[in-house]
Design a protein. Structure first.
Length: 434
């Protein structure tokens, strides 16, 4: 095959299922390898690697890539990026889509990210950083306004506790720093002012110099309708969001994305991959809540449902510093993703429950299933195997029609204890109807 590519995809969630689907649609793909041994969606699209995938044995994965002449590695999740997989796997003959370990500190070390934002005058919440729990508690007692307490390290998207009063903030510090509910990620905390306003997710492709901003998304983090219940990895998302006007997006590019890439360059860091800005639209303009250094999950699912182009080539151009040559567009339709979660999520997800109704959804037009916490049992049936089991993503001429189709599809799926929000995109569609 002329100009064909052998690709390794690292990761095993719904995001990676959506990425794999786009990679396999490239006419340049010779073969796709995946790092999951159990993911029913990824195993339909790629070949599982025959070696461990651990930072402490990264040499085994390097050897695998050398042995199979892998041309491109696409890294999905944050953990391998923070552990330096991109640094280890890149070579003179192999490109890696995903930032280096040093660049991944933008997500893996929120205290470092805050300092970088301050140095570049990037709009974000006022904050203080603490490594001593007693000093953190004393600071909480000295404040009267509502606060947000964040574990500085990686906590699977759950390390942020939004507090309404001093008691809640005190409890958050105790849980994160003393009880270590997020493990070592909570050895340092950031305590910041609680901003108000709607949240949006802006994802951009960055090759060190060129920035390509993708259509803005909106995520739903809380488990229950009306943004109640505990934080999760994300219960649904839609794209594009009507909240992100042209003026807001110009400000995001000018005041946040360009200064961030420039600040990283001043630190000697060439950032290549996805730069994800979680933003709050305050009265004073967009402010950064957090940076992520990879595609969001579940934002990737509706985003890539709308993608039109050769995704493999786009990843390669980003990794090679040739993003200026990229040619791609996004479908004019809207996309909405609804996440179906297992019983007990997010605390103690129940696994092993058989999932019914998949064929009925697979036969629907303009609907895709992206598996996350799912596997096949010994009989070959697809069963639950984690917290967020799958995302159902639908395309529609309007956000309302995409939302309606996604929920129609979700209604055909069933497994014991299945839970999902019924209000994904409802506020945005209500605004459109009004």
């Amino acid at each position: 095959m002329h100009d064909s590519r052998r690709v390794l995809l690292i990761g095993s969630g719904g995001r990676e299922h959506a990425i794999a689907r786009r990679l396999t649609q490239s006419p340049r793909l010779e073969r796709l390898w995946v790092t999951s041994q159990t993911h029913p969606g990824l195993l339909e699209l790629g070949t599982p690697v025959d070696c461990p995938v651990h930072a402490r044995e990264i040499y085994r994965l390097v050897s695998f890539c050398d042995r199979h002449a892998i041309d491109l590695v696409v890294i999905g999740p944050e953990d391998p990026l923070a552990e330096g997989f991109a640094d280890a796997l890149a070579s003179n003959t192999r490109l890696v889509f995903g930032p280096t370990k040093q660049a991944a500190k933008l997500e893996a070390d929120k205290a470092w990210a805050k300092q970088l934002m301050r140095s570049a005058s990037i709009p974000t919440a006022e904050s203080r950083t603490f490594t001593d729990p007693e000093k953190a508690l004393a600071y909480v007692e000295s404040r009267e306004e509502p606060l947000v307490v964040k574990a500085a390290g990686l906590a699977k998207g759950k390390g942020v506790i939004v507090c309404s009063n001093t008691d809640e903030a005190r409890d958050a510090v105790e849980r994160i720093m003393k009880q270590r509910v997020f493990g070592d990620a909570g050895s340092t905390v950031i305590i910041e002012e609680r901003l108000t306003g709607p949240e949006i997710s802006v994802l951009a492709l960055v090759d060190g110099r060129t920035i390509c901003i993708m259509p803005p998304c909106q995520d739903h983090k809380r488990l229950l309708d009306n943004d109640r219940g505990p934080n999760t990895g994300g219960m649904g998302a839609f794209c594009p969001t009507p909240l992100a006007t042209d003026d807001i997006m110009q400000r995001v590019e000018r005041e946040i994305l360009i200064p961030t890439v420039d600040a990283l360059r001043r630190e000697g860091i060439t950032y290549r991959g996805v730069l994800y800005a979680g933003l709050m639209l305050t009265h004073a303009g967009p402010k950064v809540l957090e940076f992520n250094v990879r595609f969001g999950d579940p934002e990737t699912q509706p985003l890539l449902a709308r993608f039109r182009g050769d995704f493999l080539t786009l990843c390669e151009q980003t990794a090679a510093g040739r993003l200026a040559d990229a040619e791609f567009t996004f479908d004019g339709r809207s996309a909405c993703c609804v996440v179906l979660a297992s019983a007990g999520y997010p605390d103690k997800p129940r696994t092993g429950d058989r999932i019914q109704g998949l064929d009925a959804v697979r036969n629907m037009d303009n609907v895709v299933i992206d598996f996350a916490g799912a596997a096949r049992d010994e009989q070959g049936h697809i069963v639950t195997a984690g917290g967020r089991v799958m995302g159902i993503t639908a395309l529609g001429d309007t956000l309302e029609s995409a939302r309606s189709l996604a929920y129609e599809a979700a209604g055909r799926i069933s497994f014991p204890g299945m839970q999902y929000r019924t209000d994904i995109a409802s506020q945005a569609t209500a605004g459109q109807r009004a």
